[in-house]
Design a protein around this ligand. Structure first.
Ligand SMILES: Nc1ncnc2c1ncn2[C@@H]1O[C@H](COP(=O)(O)OP(=O)(O)OP(=O)(O)O)[C@@H](O)[C@H]1O
Ligand SMILES: [Mg+2]
Length: 296
């Protein structure tokens, strides 16, 4: 079932239960049933039915220990974020999933004026779950992932709400709630899937342009730049750098190393795939704002 359809199944009291579990995320691994009973004003039998239904819908999860308790799942948090974004008028419609990254699920959406938007719901931890669970059981605590996902969304929003003032080469954020960020939808393909580009050098310059704006105006470095985190618009071949939550501020003593790594990485990619030759040190000086041209 689509997320928007799941959301429509919820009534006021269901949402109150989800909100309570979210509010108590910091306090409890599983919120004890007694605490839920004390906060949600419905008869215990009705509450039990509702908790059972929400568990079946996979919006909450019951503890497997003898002490009955419940926690929110990512899907439950998705519903809360969706509710906020619609209430606040950030989106008017949520469509289907358009991309699953290692740490997120991205949906297409529309504004009240019908403009296409992308909603990125963070899923930090999911991908690494299998790998780490055998070795370190405590890392499989989904509650921490929910909290980390919220932090990631907040960080990405902080960048994408500011940076479009200085460069056209990043999506523009329109809102954020909990672990979800709403941004302009780019009708394009990731750079790694672009077999041919009409003007590869221009695309590379567009990428430098975004790195430079981030460095000069916000004092930050992307730090995870690759052909997977650049989407090139189909219509006019404009590159957009996406996926900013891991950005590093220039207070970080390693920030210049990350900047160099980002620049070197894309230059090597363009050399390998498109035969474009760019001098690394000149590109780096441009991105740092020391010169105003990449060439020369
Ligand atoms: N604004 C957008 N417009 C259109 N598509 C987008 C947008 N943002 C993300 N996507 C799509 O969703 C995919 C995942 O996005 P993103 O890289 O931000 O997430 P991620 O989970 O951090 O990815 P990963 O960890 O795998 O690099 C992208 O590869 C792209 O296909
Ligand atoms: Mg990515």
């Amino acid at each position: 079932m689509l997320l928007a359809e799941i959301y429509k199944e919820l009534d006021y009291i269901d949402k109150k239960i989800l909100l309570l579990l979210d509010k108590l995320l910091i306090r409890y691994e599983y919120v004890p049933l007694s605490v839920i009973e004390g906060s949600i004003n419905v008869p215990p039998r009705e509450l039990a039915l509702r908790l059972g239904r929400l568990s079946e819908m996979k919006l909450i999860k019951r503890s497997l220990t003898s002490r009955t308790g419940y926690r929110l799942t990512f899907l439950g948090l998705d519903c809360l974020a969706l509710g906020d974004l619609v209430r606040d008028g950030v989106i008017a419609y949520l469509g289907s999933s358009i991309g699953t990254g290692k740490e997120s699920e991205v949906y297409i959406a529309k504004s009240s004026k019908g403009a296409p938007l992308a909603v990125k719901f963070y899923r930090i931890g999911k991908a690494s779950f299998q790998k780490v669970s055998r070795v370190r059981q405590y890392l499989t605590n989904e509650r921490c992932w929910l909290i980390r996902s919220k932090l990631a969304a907040e960080r990405e929003y902080s960048v994408l709400s500011e940076l479009p003032r200085y460069t056209e080469n990043v999506p523009r954020a329109y809102g954020w709630s909990r672990h979800a960020v709403v941004m302009s939808y780019i009708n394009g393909v990731e750079l790694y899937r672009c077999r041919e580009l009409r003007k590869p050098t221009e695309v590379l310059y567009g990428i430098f342009n975004a790195l430079r704006a981030a460095f000069i105006h916000l004092g930050i470095v992307h730090s995870d730049l690759s052909e997977y985190n650049v989407v090139v618009s189909i219509e006019d071949e404009v590159p957009y750098i996406i996926d900013w939550p891991q950005y590093v501020h220039r207070d970080n003593p390693l920030h210049l190393e990350y900047l160099k790594r980002d620049v070197l990485y894309v230059i090597k990619f363009f050399k390998r795939r498109y035969g474009v030759s760019i001098d690394v040190s000149k590109a780096l000086r441009f991105v740092k704002g020391e010169v105003n041209e990449v060439i020369g």
